[in-house]
Each structure stands twice: as C-alpha cells, then as structure tokens.
Design a protein around this ligand. Structure first.
Ligand SMILES: [Zn+2]
Ligand SMILES: [Zn+2]
Length: 158
C-alpha cells in the first residue's frame, strides 16, 4: 500500500513557506494579505487537498467570496495548485515546488474524496525513467510529472 501523508513539515520552517509564498505573489505585484496567509496556513496543515467548503469549515473567519478570489490569485501566482477530480468541486493544495513534497492522489469517483500518497523513491526513479523514455520519442523534455489514480474509496466501493 502507498503511504498516505499530509503536506505538513516538508519545508520544516513554516516561516520559510510563507516567505516563499510572499515572493511568488510579489513577483506578480500581489500582496501577501492576511486572508491569503490564512489560506496557505490551512492548506499546509490539511491532510489532503481542500474544497472551498472545507476551507470555510476550518476557518469561520473567512468569507466565501474572499476565499474564491484569493485562491484564484494564489493559483495564478503558482502558490496553489488546483487538483482535478471527478466531481464539480475544485480542490486546492500548495504547489509541489513550494513545499518540496512530491506526491500523488487517490481520487474517488464516488464521493469526490481525495487522498495524498507518496511512492517510494526507487519507484519514483523507475517511473521517471519510463516517462523520459516515452517523452523522448516525441522530442519532449520532461519537467516534472503528475499522476493521480481514479477509483473508489473504501466507503464507496461497498
Ligand atoms: Zn468515496
Ligand atoms: Zn511521482
């Protein structure tokens, strides 16, 4: 079984994470407001990518309109990634190159739930070799990969 992990404690120092987020926003003339900082904090602590509804449940001080607006800015500036799932609710997580935490997702086609999982380093290396081989045939140069698994969670499969 793949190991399930959260996003936390990857960069070690949360202040480093905030500093890196501020730099990305600043490169696009955007300020690292308290609302945006609250979102980065929430996503850093979450065990899986969050929907807007889950963000609002975890921080009742945030308003839906500001969450939507700030997530759009954070996504556009590369602080946050949107995870594509099987349902209509977008999910967000911190960008991998910000956290340094490379991982994949188990996406449930039944309930839309998403779990993070990591692949052992030797398997990541083996996968990368395959991806490079495949890409080379098309003259394509690999930057990084994304790979999610779609299926049914333990609850939905029964
Ligand atoms: Zn499910
Ligand atoms: Zn990988």
């Amino acid at each position: 079984m793949p190991r399930t992990t959260g996003h936390t404690h990857v960069t070690g120092d949360p202040e480093e994470l905030h500093a890196a987020a501020a730099v990305r926003l600043g490169a696009d003339d955007q300020r690292y407001t308290s609302g945006r900082r609250a979102l980065v904090e929430l996503l850093a602590d979450a065990p899986h990518p969050l929907t807007v509804a889950e963000v609002l449940e975890r921080n009742e001080g945030l308003t839906q309109s500001s969450v939507y607006r700030n997530l759009a800015v954070l996504e556009a500036t590369g602080v946050v990634d949107r995870v594509v799932t099987e349902d209509e609710f977008a999910r967000y997580e911190l960008a991998e190159d910000l956290t340094g935490h490379h991982h994949h997702h188990l996406i449930c086609a039944g309930c839309g739930g998403v779990e993070d999982f990591s692949v052992p380093p030797d398997l990541e290396t083996a996968m990368d070799e395959v991806f490079h081989k495949v890409a080379r045939r098309s003259g394509f140069s690999v930057g990084h990969h994304r790979m999610d698994i779609i299926g049914w969670c333990a609850t939905c499969r029964t």
